[in-house]
Design a protein around this ligand. Structure first.
Ligand code: ATP
Ligand code: SF4
Ligand code: MG
Length: 446
């Protein structure tokens, strides 16, 4: 087990001025009892094992509100990037199917986590929602508008409500601009406050994120990684957004600072009622922040559900493998030691993904049907959906496919009605009151 010593607390502290109550715990101030534990551990020379331990010391994981209305409803969202041939004509010779028909909802003031291996389409999803890209297909309902269809001009008034926090605090801030200019830019662009009120607003925001408001005229290179990420967060908060897309917001940071930034985000969420789409590799971080989690593989959501179900009862072989690969040091944060499942081979190319189930080239339980028919994202619990013909808990996968009834195919995936095409229903973003119980092999409900 690798112990991570807390070096000095985030050097944010050295630059920190007075803070709002919301920012206090996150910044590790000794006013917060949990943070005091961390400080005491540091002073006594004890080491803190992991993000999970650090974060749990500070704040409890946020809870799911099943009655919350969705602030964003994403349905059958697709992004295909054209692949051009080299040469003068630059003909389109194929498409990278970066996101291919995903559906989910982000609850008001809640958060949903997006996890999956590198290249599975997480950042592309975030960029679609913030409309840095225009989707190839699908819809994204936000405040009564389908933002997938709006032009850049039509998007402008809505853009302030959907903001993004980027992964790399070193490259996401312009090194030639002062912090005041960076955080204040959205206010000028959207013409929200008179010029003479920009500075006080910037200083207020710096204070909210635990930075010294007097440091508005400093440049990004005068701050540490953790402090820079706080500047990025202040910039994202400038316009009072309803939804924040946080793309790997802590993965570039040291583990002790990760916990502080995550706790800051949680405080801000509670204080300002911000909803989050939270993208991360780190399953311990996602578990702490998100009561609902979607697992992506090669452009598709393969499993989605509430935190307890996803971490304790994953039904998709990919989720089972992902969870088993979390290093020992993080096991406590995701619920104990697990059997290690090795995923063979690399992720296939999204230009030419495998037929049927995209995971089949790496799946140890794949059968004939998996190559022929794409598994639908089937609801198998109150708040649990999975896209697998043989969905089931680890070592309890059924021997016969569970999807034949809805798809009208036999066990090998051939249509039973004699037709040649199989219509896989597009995934729904919400949950039904009834579902297919895998253990009972029957439809059940509340
Ligand atoms: N602008 C683009 N043009 C062409 N292909 C792209 C573009 N952006 C992303 N891709 C491709 O789309 C796929 C998904 O990329 P994306 O960045 O969304 O993955 P990710 O899940 O965020 O990965 P990571 O965890 O490494 O950040 C990858 O195959 C990537 O190469
Ligand atoms: S559908 Fe088949 S290949 Fe895909 S995850 Fe399930 S068992 Fe594996
Ligand atoms: Mg990414």
């Amino acid at each position: 087990m690798t112990d991570v010593n807390i070096s000095s607390t985030d050097d944010a502290d050295s630059a920190t001025g007075s803070r709002s109550p919301a920012a206090d715990p996150a910044a590790g101030s000794v006013a917060d009892p949990a943070a005091a534990d961390v400080t005491a551990a540091h002073e006594s020379g004890a080491s803190i094992a992991s993000f999970g331990q650090l974060a749990e010391l500070g704040h409890v994981a946020s809870a799911l509100d099943p009655d919350a209305k969705p602030v964003l409803r994403v349905e059958n969202l697709k992004m295909y990037f054209p692949v051009k041939a080299p040469g003068l004509v630059r003909r389109t010779v194929g498409h990278v199917q970066a996101v291919d028909g995903i559906s989910f909802e982000v609850p008001e003031a809640g958060s949903i986590g997006l996890v999956g291996e590198s290249g599975c389409g997480k950042s592309t999803t975030g960029r679609l929602i913030t409309r840095l890209y225009k989707p190839t297909g699908g819809s994204m309902m936000f405040e009564g508008h389908d933002i997938a269809k709006l032009s850049q001009r039509e998007m402008k008034p809505l853009r302030r409500n959907v903001q993004m926090i980027f992964q790399d605090p070193y490259t996401s801030l312009n090194p030639r601009h002062t912090v005041g200019a960076i955080v204040g830019a959205p206010l000028s662009v959207h013409n929200i406050v008179p010029k003479n009120q920009i500075l006080p607003r910037v200083q207020e925001l710096l204070e909210v994120v635990g930075l010294n408001p007097e440091h508005y005229n400093r440049y990004p290179n005068e701050f540490s990684g953790g402090q820079r990420q706080r500047i990025g967060i202040a910039r994202a908060l400038t316009l009072n957004p309803k939804l924040l897309v946080a793309d790997e917001p802590v993965s570039a940071l040291d583990v002790s600072i990760q916990a502080q930034v995550i706790n800051l985000l949680q405080d801000l969420q509670h204080e300002f009622g911000i909803a989050f789409l939270f993208i991360a590799h780190d399953l311990a971080v996602v578990r702490h922040f998100c009561p609902e989690i979607a697992v992506m593989y090669l452009g598709k959501i393969v499993e989605i559900g509430d935190r307890e179900t996803i971490y304790s009862h994953p039904n998709h072989p990919y989720t089972q493998a992902l969870l088993s690969a979390v290093p020992d040091v993080k096991q406590a944060a995701i619920g104990g030691r697990r059997e290690r499942i090795r995923l063979e081979g690399d992720v296939p190319s999204p230009i030419n993904p495998p037929s049927g189930c995209r995971f089949r080239t790496r799946c140890s339980i794949a059968k004939e049907i998996c190559a022929k028919v794409e598994p639908p994202l089937l609801q198998i619990g109150k708040r649990h959906k999975v896209a697998c013909h043989f969905a089931g808990e680890l070592h309890e996968h059924p021997t016969r496919p569970i999807t034949t009834g809805i798809l009208g195919v036999d066990d090998q995936g051939s249509p039973t009605s004699g037709g040649s095409t199989i219509d896989v229903p597009p995934p729904s973003p919400s949950y039904d009151k009834t579902w297919f119980d895998v253990k009972k092999q029957a439809v059940t409900g509340v």
